[in-house]
Design a protein around this ligand. Structure first.
Ligand SMILES: Cc1cc2nc3c(=O)[nH]c(=O)nc-3n(C[C@H](O)[C@H](O)[C@H](O)COP(=O)(O)OP(=O)(O)OC[C@H]3O[C@@H](n4cnc5c(N)ncnc54)[C@H](O)[C@@H]3O)c2cc1C
Length: 305
């Protein structure tokens, strides 16, 4: 039972380091003392207002200037504290990483997008997180640091279950790296939720690379259909190297419905999710395909040669 006290119900000590080195020192020092990091707070503060999340030490990240950046010159490099609303202002997010742009715009309302961060979306590890399928479709990696070392992990491998990641208590996500999008690639993100400002019943990101009439490569990534994000790898294989005909798209739609194994929960039923996965795959694939050439040449509208 999650009783919402509407106040921060427990006492805690608060740190606001000004540098990454200071933050990593604090994490090392307090790693066994129930420390939590705070970015935008749009997940964490909600949980701290329920009586079941106790935090003894809270470390605020947004005073660390070196984590507040985005660089789009060679792929994407996104700092841990830059808010969603700043990320979508970058032209290349919309034109080249369209599924990520659409995923961010699908998150709640401007107030949440002004505070929330991608690192927080990952750290919260909700199976319904909107940026995660899009980032996995673009092969994103996460840079994780502690005082002694750094490691880079593929985003899809970071999740162990709902609310669980492989991060150790002394580690921080410092950056999200996304490779350069290949030429003639289009992408799309689709989300189904009860109302706009709600978490997904099911969401989907598709990225397709086109070679003439053939699908050279593709990624199909669903959220909210399992404990962690799911890549429909069998369906990706079915599409690769083939002409994208209506018949193949129908086979792919059936393929994803067979591949995902959703459950019934408070937001939706397994039956609804399976039925929607077929239609969403059709729509996202067609949309991403139509964008393959327009994204390579931003002045063009729609697809076709
Ligand atoms: C009204 C409302 C609507 C919402 N709608 C959506 C939605 O439509 N789609 C969606 O995906 N989400 C939604 N959310 C959830 C939330 O906004 C996102 O998950 C957001 O990305 C969290 O980012 P944050 O910076 O606020 O994270 P915080 O709340 O600060 O942190 C979240 C978790 O990540 C950890 N964390 C944060 N930064 C780091 C880091 N650098 N390294 C390691 N761990 C870290 C924290 O310790 C915490 O466990 C909604 C939330 C609210 C309140």
């Amino acid at each position: 039972m999650h009783t919402n006290t509407r106040i921060l119900a427990n006492k805690f000590e608060y740190f606001a380091p000004k540098s990454l080195a200071e933050a990593l020192n604090l994490l090392e020092q307090y790693q066994e003392k129930n420390i939590k990091v705070l970015a935008g707070g749009t997940d964490l503060l909600v949980k701290m207002k329920t009586v079941d999340l106790n935090v003894d030490y809270l470390m605020y990240l947004k005073d660390i200037a070196e984590l507040n950046f985005i660089n789009t010159s060679n792929g994407l490099s996104i700092g841990a504290t830059i808010p969603f609303s700043h990320i979508v202002k970058e032209d290349r997010i919309k034109t080249e990483y369209t599924a990520l742009y659409e995923a961010i715009q699908a998150i709640a309302a401007p107030a949440i997008r002004n505070m929330g961060t991608i690192a927080g979306n990952i750290g919260n590890a909700s199976p319904a997180a909107d940026t995660v399928p899009a980032l996995v479709a673009f092969d994103a990696q996460v840079l994780i640091e502690n005082k002694q070392s750094k490691r880079t992990v593929l985003l899809k491998d970071i999740f162990l279950g709902p609310g669980k990641t492989l991060l150790r208590p002394d580690e921080l996500i410092t950056r999200i790296e996304v490779p350069q999008v290949k030429p003639n690639t289009g992408s799309a993100f689709i989300k189904k939720s009860r109302v706009k400002a709600d978490l997904a019943k099911i969401n989907l990101a598709v990225a397709v690379q086109r070679n003439g009439q053939n699908c050279e490569d593709c990624k199909i990534v669903f959220g909210s259909v399992a404990a962690t994000v799911v890549r429909a790898e069998n369906t990706e294989k079915l599409l690769k190297g083939k002409a994208l005909t209506e018949e193949l798209i129908s086979q792919a739609a059936q393929g994803v419905a067979d591949e995902i194994k959703p459950i019934d929960d408070i937001r939706s039923t397994a039956e609804y999710r399976i039925a929607m996965s077929r239609e969403m795959l059709r729509d996202a694939l067609n949309l991403a395909w139509a964008r393959t050439y327009s994204e390579a040449k931003p002045n063009l509208k729609g697809g076709g040669e």
